[in-house]
Design a protein around this ligand. Structure first.
Ligand code: GLY
Ligand code: MN
Ligand code: MN
Length: 422
């Protein structure tokens, strides 16, 4: 568990980044409606959560920087005997203080009436305005104006003098560098994921269905430690694995197929993101082994290149080069250019409270970043898709593979499956 002290430190770090005589307002949000009287599961805005440790709807964090002094408030929902009978216990003021380290905790109903006082003619106001959109190549597109307009619409009406700014980038710059406590959370998330994958290897056999293995993974990590999933599990056999985010899970496993798993367990909000590819029969065919070995070689090669100073784009260029050369050598493609048909995603993204953690993708890596390393090859004509994904910590000298314990060598996988329970 990350301490309230560390959450306070994060807010102090944000305080250092923002302009003086400003006010920052962040919202946890509310659950989205899914149907008549049902909501989608609630997850507090991750930037709000990162700073407060509060995972409750209708909560607001206010940070005031005034002549270099820091003042902060947290607004939460009031206790409500009737509502709590339906949707569970709400935090008390004291619990909210203990979780967040924020002394001034108020009831959210008073927020509107306090807003005048809080603004107090301070002209600069920061909101968490999502400005960064990643396109398919992982390039950033800035679409600032529309979002600022959306955020500021109401405020500008009542407070026309306000200068509205975006705090999003300052927060994600903090989120990109993980503390030791965050690294420990990751290690635990990966341990749980490994337990689930071991169970899958023991159970895997022809004629099961993809959904049974996805369910087994979920059951195993829940049974171990009530771990939620980082994202919906991908269990894609044969040709299904050539669809990157295949989630239908309805196919029966064929003896001669590979099955690709892309999955992860969460630990206190931190998301493991691991991919492994196994032969359904317990043994790779020569062609499967050839393709698998290229991807594995690439996975290890790129891990060896991860270090402070390199960018994700440079890592992706190295990936394309490696895969193209190896596929050419093995006669899997005729021209280097053809690799685009068989490898068409990106090698990496930052990981954290979000599986695809928000980041500045062009920023060179630095110590404390945690990123995925996930090369893949997808040959629809052979019904073979392979992805091998590890979670890598950037260290001072290079990198450390946090998921290094999750087996991925051909021999190790075949051995583990040979001693299956069936
Ligand atoms: N699980 C999604 C990804 O690997 O990026
Ligand atoms: Mn990933
Ligand atoms: Mn993944």
């Amino acid at each position: 568990m990350i301490s309230a002290y560390e959450f306070s430190l994060r807010r102090k770090n944000l305080f250092e980044k923002i302009d003086d005589n400003s006010i920052t307002i962040l919202f946890s949000g509310v659950a989205k409606k899914s149907s008549a009287d049902e909501d989608y599961p609630f997850l507090a805005n991750r930037n709000f959560y990162y700073l407060t440790n509060i995972e409750q709807e209708n909560s607001i964090y206010v940070l005031i920087k005034s002549d270099g002094l820091m003042k902060e408030f947290l607004f939460i929902q009031p206790r409500d005997e009737l509502k709590e009978k339906w949707t569970g216990r709400r935090l008390t003021i004291e619990e909210a203080t203990n979780l967040s380290g924020i002394e001034n905790v108020l009831i959210v109903d008073s927020f509107d009436s306090k807003l005048d006082l809080i603004l107090n003619r301070r002209e600069k106001i920061y909101g968490d305005i999502k400005t960064l959109y990643l396109d398919f190549d992982g390039e950033q597109k800035i679409s600032k104006d529309k979002d600022i307009d959306d955020f500021s619409y109401g405020l500008k009406n009542n407070y026309p003098y306000l200068n509205i700014k975006d705090v999003y980038q300052s927060i994600i710059e903090l989120r990109m560098v993980k503390s030791q406590a965050e690294i420990d959370e990751f290690i635990e998330a990966i341990t749980k994921t490994n337990i689930g994958l071991k169970k899958i290897m023991k159970t895997l056999k022809p004629n099961l269905y993809e959904y049974q293995l996805a369910a087994l993974f979920f059951y195993t990590i829940q049974d171990y430690d009530f771990a939620p999933l980082s994202f919906p599990t991908i269990a894609a056999s044969g040709k299904n694995a050539t669809c990157l985010h295949y989630t239908s899970l309805k196919s029966k496993l064929n003896n001669d197929d590979l099955i690709l798993f892309d999955l992860g367990g969460k630990n206190n909000g931190y998301c493991a993101d691991i991919s492994r590819t196994y032969p359904v029969s317990g043994k790779f065919s020569p062609l499967q082994k050839k393709i698998y070995s290229i991807v594995l070689g690439c996975n290890k090669y790129i891990i060896s290149k991860i270090r402070p100073g390199i960018t994700l784009k440079e890592l992706n260029n190295l990936t394309i080069e490696f895969l193209a050369n190896e596929c050419l050598k093995e006669g899997l493609i005729k021209e280097k250019e053809d690799i685009k048909k068989y490898y068409f995603h990106s090698i990496s993204h930052h990981i954290g409270l979000d599986t695809h953690d928000p980041s500045l993708r062009e920023k060179p890596l630095e110590k404390g970043n945690i990123i995925s390393c996930e090369p893949g090859l997808y040959f629809e004509e052979y019904g073979i898709g392979v992805r091998i994904e590890d979670d890598i910590l950037v260290t001072e000298e290079g990198s450390y593979n946090l998921s290094g314990n999750i087996i991925k060598e051909v021999d190790d996988i075949e051995k583990a499956m040979k001693y299956s329970e069936f």
